[in-house]
Design a protein around this ligand. Sequence first.
Ligand SMILES: [Zn+2]
Length: 292
Amino acid sequence: MKKSFSALAVIALALAQASAADKVKVVSFSSILTEIAQEVGGDAVTVTGLVGPGVDPHDYQPTPGDLKRLSGAKLILASGRHLENYLDKLQASAGGDALLVKVGDQLPSLKMAEEGDPKSVVEDPHWWNSVANVEQAVRVVRDAFIEVEPAAKAEFKKNAASHLARLAALDKWIKQEVALLPRDRRELVTSHDAFQYFARDYGFRIYAIEGIRTEQEASTREVNELIDTIKKQNVKAIFLEDTLNPKVSTEIVKETGAKVGGTLYADGLGAGADTYEKMQKHNVTIIVEALK
Ligand SMILES: [Zn+2]
């Protein structure tokens, strides 16, 4: 009796190992894309997310241990739009034949002047702060999965369709919430310039303390100009970010009398927001609450 039980256990273990080996290995360098890959891939994939919630993607660099985890990957998902400067070494780490998809590169991009140099034009990498862009990202990930694993095409399409339905509901909810704010109250002072896509979709104007990369520190002149703008426009609240130091923001609050509206998730999922839906609902709720 005992013997046959352990034989069954061995067979079960072998089956589990076989099915794990059959799954498509995906490595993601964006917490937003990690969730999309899990939702769209379902049981056909295993997803390793290397830039986790609460990690600043502008600062992240893969460690040798991270690169080892790419071994055997069939698909690598990156944010793109020049957010990651380490992408060229990833395919070699995966074993050479992985498909690398820079998802943001396949979405319409906003362009903006580089901080301190109004003549230079850079692409804004923060595509995920538009739900419409995230919907498009779901389609890009779905199509990449179909390319690397055509046998699971029907499953990927079905999973993508149900995830897209949830995103459409989220977009509708955001529009309803933002409609509670008069147009002239839709002015958002944030730590760095991460919300231009959100502003485009929902009719906000952004005043950012730092540029589109978090490494750029605001100069004293820029901070003083922002303080003047906040006073002139009578902006009621400014917002902090979960991965950034609030030092400059504290000074601006002191100088302007604007209150701190709360802490936004700007660059991906966070400790208190482990899904995109929670991230957006958190951001929109505190923005509307603080500005109305
Ligand atoms: Zn950012």
